[in-house]
Design a protein around this ligand. Structure first.
Ligand code: HEM
Length: 215
């Protein structure tokens, strides 16, 4: 028999960070598209307006990333526990979760991962979030800071291979963010109802079914 329970999964600082960050990244993707392809995209009036909004969203995302890191490292102190995949996650968990998303989910099998506050992400989420939050976000922020300060930081830019390489890398990482966004939103709809995983991102509380489906 399946039992339902409410667990407090997402603390308020993480929720505030998440929606500020999501809004910022979406703004960055849209303004970035206008900056990169001005002949096809013109949503913000002038080219200069798109750059100004892009830079502002970049600063918001950078500051909120700093607060997110501070919160997980020094207040919650759960960054390693929550975000780093275990050996078992790498050996079997990734495969198990992949089979669930690509196959078992469509036949109504339960999710192999049970979320708890100490282990809230399944192995695929851990791998993806770790890559996004601790590799790609720092890289896109660092390259963005360099691009916003080409003159004062020219020495660093030359050391890293030049402006062309920097612009190309910044764009490539931005494309990865767009790909992540679509996958992230799709996978977030695979709860017992399409909005089951969105609710805890607003309220903090997630409804969990023991020995039944849950994310
Ligand atoms: C409109 C855009 C977005 C929507 C609708 C959205 C939706 C969600 C939802 C429903 C969850 C909770 C379920 C889950 O853990 O999968 C979540 C968690 C998460 N999302 Fe997003 N997301 C968006 C953008 C982003 C972006 C741009 C990033 C990173 C750059 C991101 C990173 C994360 C992370 C790291 C978590 C786990 C947070 C934690 O509990 O520590 N999301 N998102």
């Amino acid at each position: 028999m399946s039992q339902q329970e409410q667990i407090y999964l997402t603390p308020m600082p993480v929720r505030i960070w998440h929606w500020l960050n999501a809004f910022g990244i979406v703004t960055l993707c849209i303004t970035g598209a206008q900056i990169r392809f001005p002949e096809f995209v013109n949503l913000f009036g002038t080219y200069k307006a798109a750059i100004r909004l892009h830079n502002t969203a970049g600063v918001v995302v950078s500051i909120s990333f700093g607060l997110w890191l501070f919160y997980y490292l020094f207040i919650a102190r759960t960054l390693a526990k929550i975000y780093i995949p275990s050996l078992d996650d790498l050996k079997e968990g990734l495969f198990r979760q992949g089979v669930y998303y690509f196959f078992a989910y469509f036949f109504g099998y339960p999710n192999p991962h049970e979320a708890t506050p100490d282990n809230k992400f399944n192995p695929l989420q851990k791998a993806a979030y770790l890559m996004i939050m601790l590799v790609l976000l720092p890289l896109v922020i660092a390259s963005g800071i360099l691009l916003m300060n080409v003159d004062p930081l020219r020495g660093w830019i030359i050391l890293l291979g030049g402006l062309k390489l920097l612009v190309g890398s910044h764009f490539l990482i931005a494309c990865m963010f767009c790909a992540f966004l679509f996958t992230h939103i799709y996978l977030a709809t695979l709860g017992h109802t399409p909005f089951a995983h969105f609710k805890p991102m607003w309220t903090g509380w997630e409804k969990v079914e023991h020995s039944g489906e849950q994310k």
